[in-house]
Design a protein around this ligand. Structure first.
Ligand SMILES: Cc1cc2nc3c(=O)[nH]c(=O)nc-3n(C[C@H](O)[C@H](O)[C@H](O)COP(=O)(O)OP(=O)(O)OC[C@H]3O[C@@H](n4cnc5c(N)ncnc54)[C@H](O)[C@@H]3O)c2cc1C
Length: 467
């Protein structure tokens, strides 16, 4: 049975309605929550605006032409195929109607008994003028692919550009934010440029290429011990990445980035990895959000004052030992699991449990043979950390096929200093500024306008139902 077209709606004895759990977001939090409910007497509906789960820790490799999109994404319907009590619907949630306990998509209103919000985070530009308009974000697949096309297209254009000034702008790449994503993307971009692109473009003087990593704070990988941060810094410099630390970006234009103090750098590629804030929706839906747009949750992950509503992952704000929990995958999947457990506890009339983070450690890779890791209170760097990084990331990927594809691609890149994924597809853009922006779908008004009849449980009435 296809998970999305049937799925159990009613279980138990005929006529008895089982509690309905609606989960929004098929990221680490949402997916782990759904899978945790696999054997429970509830009906689960998972909603995501995409029909695939993305393994975000390897997204920068898609942007740097190291891996293809299908290597790190997996169709949600395939993941849930064997879970009899779960249904998937590809839909953007545009509102949560707390008063009527309904989730609203552009085509239907879906009632819930319990709701887990796991919609993740979006890029935060800190109000920097021009950043949202002209810089490339790197948080979703549909942001990584245009960035890859854009980078490769800069080289195609630079190869025949007679104007030296314009050529320099084409060959200057500015990455804003020296956290893990900025560091990893800078390292991967350097290996792409000084590896296969150098061989492919003998007419380009590679000495003129500039990769800048711009950071407002003083060092790279803040939060890592100084020894690891210094190592990462050294390895990036060896890979010809120029570090501009203590340099806050003041403004961004179509072909320049300006640092506070007035320095203006000509570039057609500005990649913004600098900030993160909770997904947009909850800010508009009357949920208690922090200044960073995250939902403030209780230790049980329940949203205070909103019975039946839970939040997990990047979207949830929770502190441990006086510090906000980091926006990382282990937090999200542990929280998704606990939210599901607490829903079941509540259904059984038991007390929900408090969340405590089991920190598996921190990892970041700078490039071939170079990574940093903080595991079990010990620091690792260089080749051993790189091997740990490889093993952890392959092990965590969903799907055997994806693991094999990633391993084959990495082995190929490693042995031949090559990048196989270098197609420039027609939707490559000339500059960041002409990025098409999707229109935000509108919520469906109560009691009207649905394209399809909606059944009692918010399932289209003509959909087959299974048990
Ligand atoms: C480039 C990058 C690199 C990273 N590297 C690492 C790393 O190396 N290690 C690590 O531990 N963490 C890393 N992280 C962080 C980690 O990926 C996140 O902490 C984790 O994905 C959070 O999981 P989540 O389920 O909360 O959100 P997500 O995984 O972001 O999933 C959210 C889901 O919600 C869906 N969604 C959003 N809004 C709606 C809506 N309105 N309607 C329907 N669906 C919606 C989205 O399509 C998405 O599928 C990285 C993140 C990024 C962006």
């Amino acid at each position: 049975m296809d998970a999305g077209d049937g799925g159990a709606v009613n279980g138990g004895s005929e006529g008895e309605r089982r509690p309905r759990v609606v989960v929004v977001g098929a990221g680490f939090a949402g997916l782990w929550a759904v899978q945790r409910l696999r054997r429970e007497p509830v009906d689960v509906l998972l909603l995501d605006r995409q029909n695939y789960h993305t393994f975000l820790p390897l997204l920068y490799q898609v942007a740097a032409a190291e891996l293809g999109p299908t290597d790190i994404a997996y169709p949600v319907r395939s993941i849930l195929r064997d879970q009899k009590n779960a249904t998937f619907r590809m839909a953007e949630v545009v509102e949560v109607d707390l008063e009527h306990s309904e989730v609203v998509t552009p085509v239907e209103r879906i009632p819930y008994d319990h709701l887990i919000l796991g919609m993740g985070a979006t890029t935060h530009y800190f109000g920097v003028e021009g950043a949202e308009e002209y810089a490339f974000p790197l948080r979703t697949m549909d942001e990584a692919i245009p960035l890859r096309h854009h980078v490769l297209s800069r080289f195609e254009e630079a190869a025949y550009e007679a104007d030296a000034e314009h050529r320099q702008r084409l060959l200057t790449f500015a990455i804003v934010g020296a956290g893990p994503t900025g560091v990893e993307f800078s390292g991967a971009l350097s290996e792409l440029i000084y590896g296969p692109l150098q061989k492919d473009f003998p007419m380009i003087d590679m000495a003129t290429v500039r990769i800048l990593l711009i950071e407002a704070m003083d060092g790279v990988l803040q939060g890592m011990p100084a020894e690891l941060s210094d190592y990462a810094r050294d390895r990036l410099e060896r890979r010809k990445v120029e570090l501009k630390m203590g340099s806050a970006v003041a403004r961004v234009g179509p072909d320049w980035v300006e640092i506070e103090g007035g320095e203006r750098i000509g570039t057609e590629t500005i990649v913004w990895t600098g900030g993160v804030r909770g997904a947009q929706g909850p800010r508009d839906w009357g949920l208690p959000v922090t200044r960073s747009g995250q939902i403030e949750v209780e230790r049980t992950l329940a949203v205070p004052g909103r019975p039946g509503v839970w939040a997990a992952g990047d979207l949830a704000y929770l502190e441990e030992d006086g510090e906000p929990l980091p926006g990382v995958a282990p937090v999200a999947l542990q929280q998704g699991t606990l939210a599901a457990d607490n829903i079941m506890r509540q259904i059984r009339g038991e007390e929900p449990k408090a969340f405590h983070y089991r920190d598996p450690g921190m990892l970041a890779v700078i490039g071939r043979n170079a990574a940093v890791a903080r595991l079990g209170g010990r620091n690792f760097k260089g080749f051993p950390a790189w091997v740990v990084w490889l093993v952890v990331h392959v092990a965590k990927l969903i799907g055997f096929r994806n693991r094999v594809l990633v391993l084959v691609n990495w082995a190929w890149n490693y042995l031949f200093f090559e990048r196989a994924v270098r197609l420039i597809l027609p939707f490559a853009r000339r500059s960041a500024g002409d990025r098409p922006r999707p229109e935000r779908p509108r919520p469906l008004p109560r009691g009207g306008g649905s394209g399809e009849p909606v059944g009692e449980e918010g399932v289209a009435a003509d959909e087959p139902r299974g048990g």
